[in-house]
Design a binder for this molecule. Structure first.
Ligand code: GLC
Length: 529
């Protein structure tokens, strides 16, 4: 059955699902708000700020992992996927959060991490104890080495070999940190356990899931070596067809399994984190019996350049054009530098980020915001002593990792910790210069980034110009573009050319910066009807 209605097609009477044009807000749980005073964000902290999220105008939250974990990868190393880590609260706190969010009309979606578990997970401990050839080891990839070396030449996404040796001489596979052993998806217990986890959270009222490393899981028979040239490339991004570690065809069986479970809970959904190189490969993840949505990271990879952004938009639209899934749009998340910094930082970066926010929020489909982007937070150059991302250690201190994009949010006041916590310090230091970027300061300022996001979200939700699922491009001067929403008629124009250009005809609904006269200034975007 087709789940997503197509408002552009008259005669399709099925009501569209709640997520088909939703704006999701990614809560990086460690960094959003801390109620317990230990300097790390938690579930009660999120609950205490639901009023803010309602004011901002988002439809749903994606919570990063808050499950029992030794935190080797800040929760993406899950020791028990059906328990809340005491650092973040407990199941009662989770239930309170779901109830209060729902009372405000905000949906809750949660991360699931099917590719790997923590080395502290009961299964891995049992596997270590049980020894070679055991059923316990068959839930993972334990292999004998080649001579004294590992079973193959695969590298970890975080740097270094993807294999670690255990005392009896065997090696186990971990595509990420050694504390994150990969699960063997040919194993029926592994599959059954994911179903149990999904039902567990759905029964507690969650509205959907974000599937971590959705292009992982399946491994090719015989675990063949990877091409030598790929071994020097770190990072989870853009895995091509010749990378045997990712995007193997059998992964789609996992997504069909996930879909079967969500279909038992009408209205629930799943979005996959999919880093693949071609649209064809991407499209396979959002076939009618697989994931409802796939993260498309094309905008993350595009510079502030009209041609590059337009290409990213076209690619993202093409990737889902033959699937029931709407496109998704993301400028930032917890794995990449924040876009204010990617676009050049400082005032220039902020101006460009404002312009791109309107470009993104005018697009048809689903938007994922990353907490703090609505405040215009930049990535932070943290001192060495503060760095915690496993990438920093694993790369031999050559790559600083992702902590700079994960600094806790500034809420109120004039000095750190800016009411993020009642405690003294925060798990990553918040720069004192963020005093002007607090929620409190920005709520009062009609020109702030936060005010821009609030207005844009309100218009996106209520204005008829945003209706329909298609868009068409207008001719535009070099370094600029303009597109029009096919259904509702909203026009969005962007100027990255460095000089003013004439505004397209129409009445201005919202602009990312001041507009005087009939020109669109550089580094500015505008909505017109
Ligand atoms: C995903 C997550 C990232 C994590 C990795 C391993 O890419 O977004 O934060 O480190 O998976 O679970």
């Amino acid at each position: 059955m087709r789940r997503s209605a197509e408002p552009d097609h008259p005669g399709n009477q099925q009501a569209p699902p709640w997520w088909h044009r939703a704006v999701f807000y990614q809560v990086y749980v460690r960094s959003f708000a801390d109620a317990s005073g230990d300097g790390v964000g938690d579930l009660d902290g999120i609950r205490s700020r639901l009023g803010y999220l309602e004011l901002l105008g988002v439809d749903g939250l994606w919570l990063t992992p808050f499950y029992a974990s030794p935190m080797a990868d800040h929760g993406y190393d899950v020791a028990d996927p059906r328990a809340v880590d005491p650092l973040f609260g407990d199941l009662d706190a989770f239930d309170r959060l779901v109830a209060d969010a729902h009372a405000r009309g905000i949906k809750i979606t949660v991360d699931v991490v099917p590719n790997h578990v923590s080395d502290r997970h009961r299964w891995f401990q049992e596997a270590l104890a049980a020894g070679p050839g055991s059923a316990e080891r068959a839930r993972f990839f334990f292999r004998d080495g080649r001579g004294d070396g590992p079973p193959n030449n695969w590298t970890s996404v975080f740097g270094g070999p993807a294999w670690t040796r255990v005392p009896d001489g065997q090696w186990y596979l971990h595509l990420f940190a050694p504390e994150q052993p990969d699960l063997n998806w040919d194993n029926s217990e592994v599959r059954a356990d994911l179903v149990t986890t999904l039902r567990f959270w759905l029964d507690r009222g969650v509205d959907g899931f974000r599937i971590d490393v959705a292009h992982g899981m399946a491994k090719p028979a015989g675990l063949p070596d990877m091409p030598e040239y790929l071994r020097v490339v770190h990072g989870a991004h853009g895995h091509g067809p010749d990378d045997p570690r990712f995007d193997n065809d059998e992964v789609h069986e996992v997504h069909r399994l996930i879909r079967k479970v969500t279909d038992e809970y009408p209205g629930s959904m799943a979005v996959g984190e999919i880093w693949v190189q071609t649209d064809d490969r991407f499209a396979r993840y959002v076939r009618p019996d697989e994931l409802h949505l796939g993260f498309n990271f094309a905008l993350v990879g595009a510079d502030f350049d009209a041609d590059a952004v337009r290409r990213a938009i076209d690619l993202s639209l093409a990737a889902v054009s033959r699937s029931p899934a709407p496109p998704t749009w993301t400028l930032s998340n917890h794995d990449v530098p924040r876009h204010v910094s990617r676009y050049g930082g400082g005032d220039v970066g902020a101006r460009r980020a404002r312009a791109m926010a309107l470009v993104e929020l005018a697009l048809p489909g689903v938007v994922y915001l990353y907490n703090g982007e609505e405040l215009g937070l930049p990535s932070v150059d943290l001192p060495d002593w503060a760095l915690q991302d496993p990438i920093w250690e694993r790369s031999g201190h050559t790559e600083r990792g992702r902590d700079g994009a994960r600094v806790p949010l500034p809420w109120e006041g004039s000095a750190p910790p800016f009411a993020f916590t009642e405690g003294e310090s925060t798990w990553l230091p918040i720069p004192p210069e963020w005093a002007g970027l607090t929620v409190e300061a920005q709520l009062e300022d009609p020109e702030s980034m936060l005010s821009l996001y609030r207005q844009a979200l309100e218009l996106r939700k209520t204005h008829p110009g945003f209706e329909g699922t298609g868009l068409e491009w207008y001719g535009a001067p070099p370094g600029c573009f303009a597109y029009r929403r096919k259904g509702g008629g909203l026009i969005c124009a962007l100027n990255t050319s460095g000089a003013p250009v004439p505004l397209p005809p129409g009445e201005i609904l919202l602009s990312s910066g001041p507009i005087e006269g009939t020109d669109l200034p550089p580094e500015t975007s505008v909505w017109l009807v």
